[in-house]
Design a protein around this ligand. Structure first.
Ligand SMILES: Nc1ncnc2c1ncn2[C@@H]1O[C@H](COP(=O)(O)OP(=O)(O)OP(=O)(O)O)[C@@H](O)[C@H]1O
Length: 316
């Protein structure tokens, strides 16, 4: 078996601090098994990105693996930090320790951190998994996402959840998954539908009353809420899910159909399955990427696919 060197990248703020005991357990297991590692703690928001850039540019170890302990946001930052470095091919391993952990769920790895660690430690080779790439035209910014980029309702929910005290409280009660669900009702009272233009293969599609406009790599968003069951992180394609708002009943029925994993038949639901897409909004809307706030603005985003090496054995 290859003797791997683990760079542990650990976010003590993930899961409202519930990552701390998980980190301690991971460390204990690595010590017990005499595995080689170095610990890099994220000291402030965005630090993970800086740490992984340094590792990607300056690593001198043989067989390095980045072992991320945190939530989807930490994983997102690790992957974006590593991209474009001299050793961007370093595989990424992951122990879910956030509030939502949609990526773990979405790629079929264990959501139990210690079982997930076993899936990492038993891996013998890197596996390639799709990730999404975005280019935001208005800002000239590009990057990667592991789960989804949402404009509109889900992003407004993320924004409200991240700013409220309930996220901390629910995390303390080990109910972190409910964080986003908790804010759905509040947002339903305040959000308005907005126009979206989608470009696919040179054809423009226009939706007057979009409410959800989420480009996804995996079936889940918002901490385990099923958005689109067929979304598959190994098929080389992204799925754009648009749900329009005609009235609350049609919207709720469309959402229930999606969440139950049924084939969407509602006239409110529109799915694009493509390796390249452009999404344009003209009104001020919230954006979210992997559960992190993107701010509020009109968005013009080109989406495409990329591949990322992961160090995970999902068969155990
Ligand atoms: N030392 C730190 N103090 C405060 N925030 C930090 C620190 N290190 C990283 N962060 C920030 O913590 C935020 C949350 O991380 P993450 O998304 O991994 O956890 P989560 O929100 O609990 O999980 P999930 O996204 O799976 O719901 C990220 O925006 C990250 O930048």
């Amino acid at each position: 078996m290859t003797a791997v060197f683990y760079y542990i990248i650990y976010n003590p703020a993930a899961g409202g601090g519930s990552s701390i005991p998980i980190y301690k357990q991971v460390k204990a297991v690595l010590d017990q098994r005499h595995l080689a590692y170095a610990i890099k703690t994220s000291r402030y928001p965005g630090h993970t990105n800086v740490i992984t850039k340094q590792i990607g540019d300056f690593n001198q170890r043989e067989h390095p693996v980045l072992l991320v302990i945190g939530g989807d946001g930490t994983l997102n930052q690790a992957i974006n930090g590593l991209a474009g470095t001299r050793q961007s091919e370093i595989p990424v391993a992951y122990v879910p320790a956030g509030s939502g952990n949609d990526f773990a769920r979405g790629i079929g790895m264990s959501e139990d951190p210690m079982h997930a660690l076993e899936q990492v430690l038993q891996a013998t080779e890197a596996v390639t998994i799709d990730i999404g790439r975005f280019h935001e035209r208005t800002r000239g910014e590009s990057g990667y996402f592991v789960n989804n980029i949402g404009i509109g309702f889900d992003a407004a929910v993320v924004n409200a959840a991240n700013r409220s005290d309930s996220k901390q409280l629910l995390n303390r009660l080990h109910l972190g998954k409910l964080t986003y669900l908790f804010h759905v009702v509040g947002m339903l009272m305040t959000r308005r539908p907005f126009p979206v233009a989608v470009y696919e293969k040179g054809v423009r599609h226009f939706f007057h009353r979009a409410y959800i406009c989420t480009t996804t790599n995996i079936p889940y968003f918002g901490g385990g809420i099923r958005l689109y069951k067929p979304a598959n992180p190994t098929d080389g394609k992204l799925d754009l899910v648009i749900v329009e708002w005609f009235n609350i009943v049609s919207w709720a029925l469309a959402m229930i159909q999606l969440m139950r994993g049924k084939k969407p038949t509602s006239r409110a639901t529109h799915i694009f399955h493509a390796d390249k897409l452009t999404v344009e909004t003209s009104s001020l809307e919230f954006g979210q990427m992997d559960g992190e706030e993107m701010g509020t603005r009109p968005f013009e985003i080109d989406f495409s696919m990329a591949k990322q090496k992961f160090w995970i054995d999902r068969s155990i």
